[in-house]
Design a protein around this ligand. Structure first.
Ligand code: LMR
Length: 394
């Protein structure tokens, strides 16, 4: 039977992990997969996470199954983290723990198909390289809306708003909550307000994927658009991930929150989503979610986590400035200022796929094929080499 299958190329982002590991060059630079790195190029476990893990090791009494929606305490805590303690929508929001942000996207896709199989889901052009395979692969019909102006290296806000104004009422629009992947360019507060106005006017269903809460401008600042939308729309989907902001990548911690028109519909949605989970992975993994839940409910650990997240955020900002300055020296004829003003881990360098390949083969510098860099891979030690190498391929 399996002879009928043909081999597929590996995922473009995940492939870079192995390629970089197997490169023997000492001066190699990893700007590939979206993982935070400190100034030594390491991805350490957060101190708040270590403490919570010790606590769980000592206090957890059982490893018996949770339900398909995971731990209700985790779900409530995540809902507060995203929507705030005082959201007027809280009575009509239901949250299910999921295996990472990807798991929550998959469950959302299942829910969309059950509720309205012929609806279209609009994703930004460009978007995270797994959005289309994951959501489209699940069977959701996808369309794209304009997002990034590759020449001017900024948001195509006019084209975006214009397209939103033509999307059929009832369609779903996927937005990145903050730290847009792959461009790092987010709408300003005013642009979010313009987007929300059209979403409300046309009766579109916003679907927010937030995988970087706390890494753009702050834990609460990064979810302002979500909180405002939740007050204004009858229905909304929010996929969230704790991979990056808690550094729990491989532990797979995320949540799917669904805003419904009222509390009764919310209960129906919860039962449907739970049943979808049962038919895919049955119940979500517990350990990482228990860590997050403990950190968020313990005031000291929560403060420690917020401080560690703040350090990550500040480092991302400072390496952005460092790279822009270094490139001003090595490639003065080119403008890289967009990298300095973007959010989170990613930016497009604005180079061709051929130049990306040359950086890899000739200089041991790894990035995603369209020139997306993860700025967390930049350090004081490698920034000079990086800027010189980029200048050499331009
Ligand atoms: C990325 O875009 O690099 C991250 O979100 C990791 C992944 O799974 O692709």
């Amino acid at each position: 039977m399996f002879e009928s299958l043909t081999a597929l190329p590996p995922d473009a982002i995940l492939k870079l992990i192995g390629e970089h590991q197997n490169d023997a060059r000492e001066n190699k630079v990893d700007l590939g997969v979206g993982v935070y790195r400190d100034e030594h190029g390491q991805t350490p476990i957060l101190a708040a996470v270590k403490k919570a893990e010790r606590y769980i090791l000592d206090h957890q009494q059982t490893k018996a199954y949770t339900g398909s929606a995971g731990d209700p305490v985790f779900n409530e805590t995540m809902q507060d983290l995203i929507f705030g303690d005082h959201s007027s929508a809280s009575g009509r929001i239901t949250t299910l723990q999921s295996p990472g942000g990807s798991g929550s996207l998959r469950v959302a896709a299942g829910l969309i198909l059950r509720a309205k199989a012929d609806v279209s889901l609009w994703v930004s052009d460009p978007t995270w390289n797994n959005h289309v395979p994951l959501l489209g692969g699940a069977g959701v019909q996808l369309e794209t809306y304009p997002y990034y102006d590759a020449d001017k290296k900024c948001l195509r806000i006019d084209a975006l708003l214009e397209t939103l104004s033509t999307i059929p009422s009832g369609d779903i629009v996927l937005f990145h909550g903050c730290c847009h992947n792959p461009t790092g360019i987010d709408p300003s507060s005013e642009q979010w307000r313009q987007i929300a106005d059209i979403v409300v006017e046309r009766g579109l269903l916003p679907f927010i994927d937030i995988a970087y809460q706390g890494l753009a401008n702050g834990i609460d600042e990064d979810v302002q658009a979500i909180r405002q939308l939740a007050e204004r729309v009858p229905e909304m989907l929010v996929s969230s991930s704790c991979s990056k902001n808690f550094g729990l990548y491989r532990d797979r911690v995320g949540a799917l929150s669904i805003v419904s028109s009222d509390a009764d519909v919310s209960q129906i949605v919860y039962s449907q989503a739970s049943q979808i989970v049962r038919t895919i992975y049955s119940v979500p993994p517990d350990h990482g979610a228990a860590v997050v839940s403990h950190i968020l409910r313990d005031p000291d650990l929560r403060a420690q986590w917020a401080a560690e997240l703040g350090e990550m955020r500040e480092r991302l900002k400072s390496v952005r400035s460092m790279l822009v300055e270094a490139l001003q020296e090595t490639a003065p004829a080119h403008d890289f200022s967009h990298i300095g003003s973007a959010n989170g881990m990613f930016s497009y360098l604005g180079i061709s796929p051929q130049q990306v390949t040359r950086l890899k083969t000739d200089f041991g510098i790894y990035m995603e094929g369209f020139g997306r860099i993860n700025v967390a891979g930049i350090t004081a030690k490698n920034v000079g080499y990086l800027a010189e190498s980029i200048a050499r391929v331009l």
